[in-house]
Ligand binder design. Structure first.
Ligand code: SF4
Length: 422
């Protein structure tokens, strides 16, 4: 038992409410436990209780022991004057404040609730509620996943709003930056974003018809052309970049930022940069196309790109491979971009325009993409809760990272359900 659990049980009425009496011996009925207060001051506001025949409305403070009142210095704090109730787990000191009723809850809380709580927050398993997950109603899980997806997008789109402001509300620019970061996937997302930010969109747009010039711009700005190459192709890029760098007064990013270690060669940043250059080369008015298209089948062709021919036999400059393979953006990479860039930017655009229908379409888009496959999703699937689509897998990633890992089971609808049914 701890104060966080005590507050949780109070908030959700998960204690035996029958036969409550104050320490002064008067019958107590909790009509409304109040609104939790996460800021400074008493723990619950606007509670409504009945002590004897008197109805009281106001603030409630909770403690493990009544003596905590003094330990926390509440007797000197005006914010704690006029409380309607002091609800404690154990009343170890009587009458800590004159005129304030106190109730001891110890005898009203079931041992099973405490045991289930300890089983969740004290567990060393990857998923503490695994054994009880099957007992949670499907409806509870589904509505919790919807809230988690909204929470995930709220966090993500908050950062994007800042990027949008930094680019003078230029949506094409936001898409350019976010697509670049997405092409870096997890490992090289930051350097690819920095690369795009170091090269204003109007410059690659001016050279979009010439793929070699685009590669020169992107590889040059990536700091990857500063070597003595043997192959003709990178030398050609070097010459082109020298000219363009001077023309546009460009400054490359630090080449040491790129990560190649422990990656499959097909995911090397060299390959991703070449594919990104191919995307810029291929697309005309990409932002308006992406905003207007709401079916996966129509979005896939927009993102279906192949790096230039040099990359058929290379993963890095000057390192030729015997076997040729076209460096196309694979299906799962395209789906990853739909999940992480296309659907969120459509949602953000729709919410800025105030169009509910477009917002729904962007969510539907996520439901039409297969669920992601990664280590977090495998944990859920191993526990018989496999996501049906990308909307659910995104929500489950949010749940695992933001709740399960930090053992925030008291803030989780599944945790609430498990404790409620104890
Ligand atoms: S946060 Fe929720 S889903 Fe995660 S372990 Fe706790 S109860 Fe289970």
């Amino acid at each position: 038992m701890n104060e966080a659990l005590l507050q949780f049980l109070w908030q959700h009425n998960l204690y035996n409410t029958v036969g409550l009496v104050t320490t002064g011996g008067e019958p107590l009925v909790v009509v409304n436990s109040g609104r939790p207060n996460r800021d400074a001051g008493p723990d619950f506001a606007e509670a409504r209780i009945k002590v004897g025949n008197t109805v009281l409305v106001g603030n409630v403070e909770m403690h493990m022991r009544s003596s905590d009142w003094f330990r926390h210095g509440h007797e000197k704090d005006p914010a704690y004057k006029n409380l309607i109730l002091h609800a404690v787990y154990e009343n170890d000191i009587d009458d800590v404040a004159a005129g304030m009723p106190t109730v001891e809850l110890k005898g009203h809380i079931s041992a099973e609730v405490i045991s289930r709580y300890s089983g969740l927050v004290g567990s060393r398993e990857k998923l503490p509620c695994a054994g009880r997950l099957a007992s949670v109603k499907e409806l509870t899980k589904e509505s919790w996943l919807s809230r988690l997806l909204a929470e995930r997008w709220e966090q993500k789109l908050g950062d994007w709003n800042v990027l949008l402001q930094n680019s003078a509300e230029d949506w094409s620019n936001l898409l350019y930056w976010r697509l670049a970061a997405n092409f870096g996937f997890k490992t090289n997302a930051v350097p690819l974003l920095l690369l795009a930010q170091s090269l204003p969109l109007n410059i690659p747009t001016r050279h979009k018809d010439n793929l070699m010039q685009l590669e020169a711009l992107f590889f040059g700005q990536a700091g990857m052309l500063d070597s003595d190459f043997e192959d003709d192709y990178p030398r050609q890029l070097q010459r082109e970049y020298d000219y363009l760098r001077k023309k546009y007064s460009l400054k490359p990013i630090n080449a040491a930022l790129w990560k190649f270690l422990r990656m499959r060669p097909a995911n090397f940043p060299t390959v991703r940069i070449a594919q990104f250059a191919a995307l810029v080369h291929k697309s005309l008015h990409l932002f308006s196309q992406i905003i207007e298209v709401h079916s996966v089948d129509k979005i896939v062709p927009l993102l279906d790109v192949r790096a230039s021919e040099y990359w058929d036999r290379h993963f890095r400059f000057d390192e030729s491979q015997d076997k040729a393979s076209a460096k196309v953006l694979g299906k799962s990479s395209i789906e990853n971009i739909v999940i992480n860039t296309v659907a969120p930017i459509q949602f953000l655009y729709a919410s800025r325009q105030g169009t509910d229908k477009l917002q729904e379409q962007s969510l539907q888009l996520l439901e039409d993409v297969p669920a992601e496959e990664n280590s977090i999703i495998r944990i859920w699937a191993e526990n018989n809760w496999a996501p049906e689509n990308a909307a659910q897998s995104q929500a489950m990633i949010q749940l695992y990272n933001n709740y399960c890992s930090g053992r925030k089971c008291l803030d989780c609808a599944i945790g609430l359900s498990i404790l409620k049914n104890a």
